[in-house]
Design a protein around this ligand. Structure first.
Ligand code: SAH
Ligand code: SF4
Ligand code: F3S
Length: 443
């Protein structure tokens, strides 16, 4: 079989990064190897996101870029997967005449067969059925899996059983299915063998792990088992949901030495009225109590969050409650987004009371406040000693700079890495603190 080149473009969350990686793994069997250059490619795949309108619109403009390549090389295969593919299905084939393959989020394991069918018949193909949970099969990482990453993801579940009023994810990813814990452990061991030091467990509500199965262990128990794997030095997870952030889990995070002191837990709003309308199933006070308890165990714990600004029923007063909440809780960082109405969701038909400019004004105000907090927290770290994992995150490398992550997940730039190699863990003294990054020297 002729060697072929695959170019993958990934939008959206870590779930998509993971899926793209597994696509590349599966397509090795069809003799595809990955290229960074779309002009070299025999196949281009777009792994898409539809969580907000912005990312969704990127898909069509990206596809436009490849129209010319397709005209120059009629054998080029062009495919779209991920959440937009799941949402639009066959409609995408109608909309984009030069598109060949549309694969939904649950069709990932079927992708090699779809490609074979397409190459044999030349018939454009779309497969986007959501699989029933009892027959759903995850793509399995094979023992010969290789990666250059020292930090890698493990998807421990797919889908989401929540129905947050604004969110399209349950519709694009289907219902929650936990990967059998035996398989999760196997996958972590394979990664450890190929040199991975840090793993991040992925799930939409990652701490509800196991609840969909009769005889499965809990998320806290899963952390305990992974903590025992030789070679894995650091464990992270994203994103937990406050509803399942139990005392057992918090105690496990504290007790298990490889579980890092960083929690990314979306609050979405500081107003209980808005939280209720969003169907988030917790109050801001509960969230605050959870963080307080965690900080009492681990004062160095870093906490980050997601926030939606300008939900249709969000008044000025509600918004101020969110600002107050940020001031009280002092997040290390917050990812904030202007509300974007999504098709199929409950809030889609709610009339928006704010204009785009008003939403943006609130967003800017919130971001300014968070920046102040983030930089203050960064500067508090100056002079401290932090344990850093040197990774191969490439940005900054142009300036001959290396970077790593602290246990709290802050990025640290290091000018002189001495005899250290990527994948090493060592102590760094922090010398400078910025909004999102630190600078330090090896001691
Ligand atoms: N499963 C994760 C979130 C996945 S989506 C969780 O529930 O914790 C990532 C983030 O996108 C969300 O936390 C939310 O802040 C944001 N988001 C989701 N839908 C949105 C919408 N319709 N408009 C704006 N932001 C949205
Ligand atoms: Fe979306 Fe809510 Fe599920 Fe997160 S928990 S993916 S915000 S529905
Ligand atoms: Fe986007 Fe789908 Fe992830 S909508 S955020 S790629 S689950």
């Amino acid at each position: 079989m002729k060697d072929k080149k695959l170019h993958i473009i990934t939008f959206g969350c870590q779930m998509n990064v993971y899926d793209s990686d597994k696509i590349a793994m599966m397509l090795k069997d069809l003799n595809y190897s990955v290229t960074d250059n779309p002009a070299d490619a025999d196949m281009i795949l777009l792994n898409t996101c539809s969580v907000r309108e912005g990312p969704e619109n990127k898909v069509v403009s990206q596809l436009g870029r490849f129209k010319k390549l397709k005209e120059e090389n009629p054998n080029l295969i062009l495919g779209v997967g991920g959440c937009v593919a799941q949402q639009k299905g066959e409609e995408l084939l109608k909309q984009v005449k030069y598109l060949d393959i549309v694969f939904g989020t649950d069709s990932l394991p079927a992708l090699p067969d779809m490609i074979n069918t397409y190459t044999q018949t030349g018939k454009r193909i779309s497969q986007t059925e959501i699989q029933l949970s009892d027959i759903y099969k995850f793509v399995e990482v094979t023992p010969d899996y290789e990666t250059n990453n020292v930090s890698d993801f493990v998807k421990i579940m797919k889908g989401c059983n929540k129905r947050c009023s604004y969110c399209i994810v349950p519709f694009t990813r289907g219902t929650e299915v936990s990967k059998p814990s035996k398989k999760v452990i196997e996958e972590c061991k394979i990664l450890a063998k190929s040199g991975v030091k840090e793993i991040t467990l992925l799930g939409q509500t990652v701490n509800s792990y196991g609840r969909d199965k009769k005889n499965e262990i809990s998320f806290a128990q899963l952390l305990e088992k992974i903590n025992e794997i030789e070679g894995i030095e650091r464990i992270r997870f994203t994103s937990p949901h406050p509803k399942y952030f139990t005392k057992d889990l918090m105690d496990a995070i504290y007790k298990l030495d490889k579980v890092m002191e960083h929690i990314h837990m979306p609050i979405q709003s500081g107003s209980n009225k808005v939280l209720k309308e969003m169907r988030r199933q917790y109050k801001s006070e509960q969230f605050l109590e959870q963080i307080k308890y965690m900080r009492s165990l681990m004062p160095q714990l870093e906490v980050t969050t997601d926030i939606i600004v300008g939900y249709p029923t969000e008044t000025e007063e509600d918004f101020n409650l969110t600002l107050d909440f940020l001031k009280t809780i002092q997040f290390d960082n917050a990812f904030s987004f202007a509300y974007s109405p999504r098709p199929m969701t409950e809030s889609f038909n709610l009339e928006e009371t704010l204009t785009l400019d008003e939403k943006k004004a609130r967003l800017n105000k919130l971001m300014d406040l968070q920046k102040e907090i983030s930089i203050k927290k960064s500067q508090n770290l100056i002079g401290t000693i932090q344990e850093v994992l040197l990774d191969n995150d490439s940005d900054g490398r142009d300036n001959n700079q290396y970077s790593g992550r602290t246990r709290g997940n802050r990025k640290v730039y290091i000018d002189d890495i001495k005899d250290k190699k990527i994948g090493d863990i060592f102590n760094v003294k922090i010398t400078e603190g910025y909004i999102y990054t630190l600078k330090g020297i090896i001691i």
